[in-house]
Design a protein. Structure first.
Length: 144
């Protein structure tokens, strides 16, 4: 009985430690988009945001890669000089990509919701909702 109680207590403590919310937005973090404003993503589409360093963000917009400069000041966040590659994809995917890039340009603040979901808020409307992911594999990391 004591052994079972000890195992249960240990599991509860470890579970609580792993779910401690992140309270700071830092460079070298990577996120996958779940919602753009009021709309979920198209099934199997991959939109990401990575903070590469203290001023550069980049990711996948669904069809094309994107990059931007960002400014982070406390809870204020702005992305500017957003650029993307110009590959053509299915019309629905291209429409979603344009909504995402337009939404990124409107971001003014950020916060973490429950379970470390990152919310990027525009001045008006619903947030872009993102989940933390492991660092994407790069060609360099694959050859090491």
């Amino acid at each position: 009985m004591k052994k079972t109680l000890l195992i249960a207590t240990t599991a509860a403590v470890l579970s609580a430690c792993s779910s401690v919310p992140n309270t700071q937005l830092h460079s070298t973090q990577h996120y996958q988009v779940e919602w753009i404003g009021e709309r979920p993503l198209i099934d199997r589409s991959m939109l990401t945001l990575s903070l590469i360093d203290k001023t550069q963000a980049a990711g996948m917009a669904g069809c094309n890669n994107w990059t931007a400069q960002y400014t982070l000041n406390g809870k204020q966040l702005s992305l500017h000089n957003i650029a993307s590659t110009r590959k053509l994809c299915a019309p629905a995917l291209m429409e979603q990509e344009q909504r995402f890039l337009a939404a990124l340009a409107q971001v003014q603040r950020w916060e973490f919701a429950e379970h470390q979901q990152l919310l990027l808020w525009p001045a008006q409307g619903a947030a872009i909702k993102l989940w933390p992911i492991e660092q994407p594999a790069t060609q360099e990391s694959l050859t090491e």
